[in-house]
Design a protein around this ligand. Structure first.
Ligand SMILES: [Cu+2]
Length: 497
């Protein structure tokens, strides 16, 4: 008996909450009584679903009756940037990775139109996890380039669901970015928040190494072995950092719809410096509170909510942490507003966590890559790109102004050690340095770790920047020079070219 009463009380409460949230309800009060499930025939004129590109989420349906909702989704195969100066041919739902966000209401009858752009090379289909029926729509939606298919389903369960392509080889279609989220709102709608954002993780397998420049092909072997080159939020490194970070102000509520397209990895989703007040883990209906890190399975999703309290940059990561700092799984929520010293004494962030993503953008790196590809790389291109890359890699120790830290990290500015054999720096960057060195009359006996996670052109540009800054002697280091040293060649006693 107690249970029944409690359940009733909860129901009445959520009913009351919805009444407060949506003043327009009065007109629809009749249908309100069926909120436990509102599966009558579609009412009113058919509605075209508003689809949004990530990180945007369509507005609430604000609807209190079941409708017929038409979804038009087009598959587009296109080359896009996966990292600065690195391009990849993505297969997309709606032209973005992840695909367009779809929002409907429980009880809606969804008429789904899947179009396969005539310029595409591959057939595709769609499996929506929010569909009840074999294949989640996959069998009814197999579509050749230049064709369109149509199927209809009733959104029976509320929740946040992944959709993805399920055309063979399925793993390859998913790895190329063919996934997205569909939100099925509960009949009474979701509690109002100030911001909703759409973030989706995926793992990517390229023939080249992490950040290796140029057009990269899909690598089936790496994919089968589950050895991703990139682990990314919203399909590209930097898609949610710098001037593309998502934003909020202090004392606002934020709801993130977090999906994981996989194809292989599960995500330990964490926002550095924030605690999730409420999580619907696995997208289910139970609400979990006070969560630090929530697991998002491949082919799963969750919604997390929190109130922003302290201004600053909050770094969202997959807390399998090498993925964040060495494979790209890093995004930023920028919170503007007044400091609250009673909650956090502050020292604005944590460039430690932002690393080489602390730059507002990496345009200089892209520009240098394009110039190098076109055979017209200038010294200035290299210096500009090197400046962006130096920040967050070398600057952690040698400092942004190259002065180092007295007794701990030697200076690069006007370093006589560097000037004596500039090309020896290639070896230092690749292999690190330890043992006694004397720089400008001061002895250092410490350890610099190898920086060989940087690729050849990154090291070339960084060193060229260092050589042309702070009164150093100038000159340039080219990608080939670094490649030779990495391959085991010698720096030839610092001879200049
Ligand atoms: Cu596909």
């Amino acid at each position: 008996m107690g249970y029944v009463r409690n359940a009733l009380a909860t129901w009445v409460l959520s009913f009351a909450a919805a009444l407060v949230a949506v003043p327009a309800l009065g007109a629809e009060a009749g249908s309100g009584l069926k909120w436990a499930g509102d599966f009558g025939p579609p009412q009113g004129a058919p509605i075209h679903a508003v689809l949004t590109s990530p990180p945007e989420v369509p507005p609430a349906t604000n609807r209190f009756y079941p409708a017929k909702v038409i979804v038009d989704l087009e598959v587009i195969e296109k080359q896009m940037q996966i990292s600065e100066g690195v391009s990849y041919t993505f297969w997309t739902f709606g032209g973005t990775v992840p695909g367009s966000f779809i929002r409907v209401r429980q009880g809606d009858t969804v008429e789904f139109h899947l179009k396969n752009n005539p310029a595409n090379k591959m057939p595709h289909n769609i499996d929506l996890h929010g569909v009840t029926g074999p294949g989640g729509g996959a069998a009814s939606s197999f579509t050749a380039p230049g064709h369109e298919s149509q199927f209809t389903f009733k959104a029976l369960n509320e929740g946040i669901y992944v959709y993805h392509c399920a055309t063979a080889p399925v793993g390859m279609h998913v790895a190329n970015g063919m996934y997205g989220l569909i939100l099925v709102e509960p009949p009474q709608g979701l509690p109002k928040v100030d911001h909703e954002y759409y973030v989706m993780q995926g793992d990517f397998y390229t023939s080249g190494k992490y950040r290796e420049k140029g057009a990269q092909a899909f690598d089936m072997e790496k994919a089968i072995d589950e050895r991703p080159t990139y682990v990314l939020f919203n399909g590209a490194e930097g898609s949610l950092t710098g001037d593309r970070a998502i934003t909020a102000r202090t004392n606002e509520t934020v709801r993130l719809f977090i999906g994981n397209g996989g194809p292989n990895l599960v995500s330990s989703f964490h926002v550095i410096g924030a605690i999730f007040d409420r999580v619907r883990n696995e997208g289910g209906s139970e609400i979990q509170t006070n969560v630090q890190t929530t697991l998002i399975p491949a082919g799963g999703a969750a919604s997390v909510e929190f109130r922003t309290k302290v201004p600053g940059s909050y770094v969202m990561v997959d807390h399998s942490i090498f993925r964040a700092f060495n494979k790209g799984a890093l995004a930023i929520l920028k919170v503007a507003g007044e400091e609250d010293k009673s909650i956090y004494s502050g020292k604005e962030l944590d460039s430690v966590y932002l690393g080489d993503r602390s730059q507002p953008n990496m345009n200089a790196v892209s520009k240098a890559t394009a110039a190098a590809a076109g055979g017209r790389l200038t010294l200035k291109d290299q210096v500009d790109a090197g400046r962006d890359l130096f920040a967050g890699t070398c600057s952690v120790c040698h400092q942004g102004n190259g002065e180092g830290l007295s007794g701990v990290f030697p200076p690069l500015a006007k370093s006589d050690y560097l000037a004596a054999q500039p090309r020896r720096a290639i070896d230092i960057a690749l292999h690190g340095l330890n043992g006694k060195v004397t720089v400008n009359g001061t002895e250092y006996n410490s350890v610099m770790p190898p920086m060989n996670q940087l690729n050849d052109d990154e090291i070339a540009n960084i060193l060229t920047y260092v050589l042309n800054s702070w009164g150093n002697p100038g000159g340039s280091i080219l990608t080939e020079d670094v490649r030779k040293v990495r391959a085991g060649g010698t720096t030839a006693g610092g001879s200049e070219h």
